[in-house]
Design a binder for this molecule. Sequence first.
Ligand code: ADP
Ligand code: MG
Length: 619
Amino acid sequence: MSRIRQLDAHVVNQIAAGEVIDRPASVVKELLENSVDALATRVEVDVADGGSELIRVVDDGEGVHPDDLLLSVSSHATSKIDNADDLFRVRTLGFRGEALASIASVSRFHMRTRQPDSDTGYEMEVRQGDVQQPHACGCPVGTSIEVHQLFANTPVRRKFLKTTSTEFGHITEQFTRIALANPRLHAVLRHNGKIVYELPATDALIDRLRLFYGREMAEGLIQVESESEGGRLWGYVAHPSHSKSTRKGQYLFLNGRWIQDRALQHALTEAYRGLLMTGRHPIVFLFLELAADDVDVNVHPTKNEVRFRDSQQPYRQLLSMLRTKFLSADLDGSMSMPESNANAQSSPTPERKLELQHELADWAKGELASWTSDRSPVFAPQAEQSATTLAGTPPQFAPFPGGAQPGEAGPAAHTADEAHTDLAGPHGPAGRAMQIHDCYLVVETGDGMTVIDQHALHERIMYEHLRNRVLEGAVESQKLLVPETIDLSARETSLLLEQQELLQQLGFGIEEFGGNTVLLTSYPVLLSRADLVQVVRDMAEQFDRPGQTPTRRDTLDELLHMMSCKAAIKAGQRLSNEEMESLLAQRHLIDDAHHCPHGRPTALVLSRAELDRQFGRLG
Ligand code: ADP
Ligand code: MG
């Protein structure tokens, strides 16, 4: 007997409803979005009992044509897109043609609508998915939709509803998002007949913010704006003295749509880093306007998540806009600190206000300085540093003068004549050294000669240095201006995130980005020259050893080895005299310089006696 059956339309709609409509607030959201798409100038929302008894949304928009009435409540029917390409040209909030069908399948749904050029209105009812024949009626221009007894036919879902006030809280949030994104829309919200919000239309977002959050808060807001090739970003951000314990004060809109975006949230955290105490989150109202084909809004049924064609661009724009603003001189002027006494404890004194403003400016200056380039030159090795390296600064060996990179013919390229240098090292009297095969250093010593593997020695030095730094908790770490996104396997992602703390000790800032992507936000200065993305991949690979759970100590040690190997000069790298000198001078720092961390010898010693013996110079 066959067992697979095509589900009937009712069931299909109920399944779809489960995705889009999970509580009264989602009904309010979808209906309000439709009113906005219908170019309404006024919308009134009435809610009874947290939305479980009644949700009514009345707008003065363009209405539904009588021929479209039945279609409007059938699934995948929309007036907003035509074909798949249109998905990348979406300019409306809706486009899935799913909401009304979903809502009508789990409620008693009643619609009344009239188009502006028509004298007649129409009404239609759908009872838990059963569509009744529409008929003419008298009604004002626009659309009125009533949703009674939500989830009455899906008792499980109805049982999952929370208290009236919780559900109404969610409704308020949805209403707020639409109201903030559309200040020109006159919007009213009532609960059980009482007005909760009455927001007159305005051209200025700040008017609306004042109504929602009060004068004091609105006056403390800092206006921001930035234009880039990619798009426009503008809005208001709160002064750091106003913050929240959750991200609920963060409103991000993309082309009029409220969105949730981890990367942008991260950019906000970064922008306010050092200005807020841990656990506090900034309050922002930001609007991003991008070309429709630069974003994919068809990521999730609720349309709250989007995918950017270039995810780095908005991140970078947001971060640098806020940094620049915090730095700018007019910040002080534009900032009027809250004057309220209502909250005497948390309201800073005038002295503290001044202090805060100075802190803000100082902090921003410092931050920006260390940010001037992606890989900051702040810690870049300099030739004259090689002498001081001994005194505890990192043995950042590689003072390639004039910026010539290893292997390049540059000022560092040397002739055979320059290829040796006099050494007054701690290993005996003045000796001379030369590099051979761009790989070994041959050093004359008091009682013979030593051949040193340049990579092995440098690796050893790096390892010791790094290990000491880790033990002291003092690894120099450098922030990336634009964090790198790194795609990994699901397993590697979770393994890497599990080790966040350990990696932090090593100077790596690794953060969750969503999906199988992590963000590299900072890196150990020692690895300035390394391919950082590759380093992170290698580390993830190291963690991924099925069936083994190495101790934390082993893991740390392996990572130290790997990092020192990556940071060290390579075989085949030509060294200048100073570089050679610097490397050899650090030799004595190491307890066990004769072996690289992998155990290979770093040096071969040939004594004078052995040389003489080999050449038959006896006596
Ligand atoms: P979508 O918004 O994704 O198109 P919906 O199920 O929300 O899907 O709505 C279906 C269609 O019904 C819309 O495309 C629109 O043509 C019409 N419609 C819904 N609500 C309204 C409204 N308030 N005013 C005018 N037309 C509406
Ligand atoms: Mg819709």
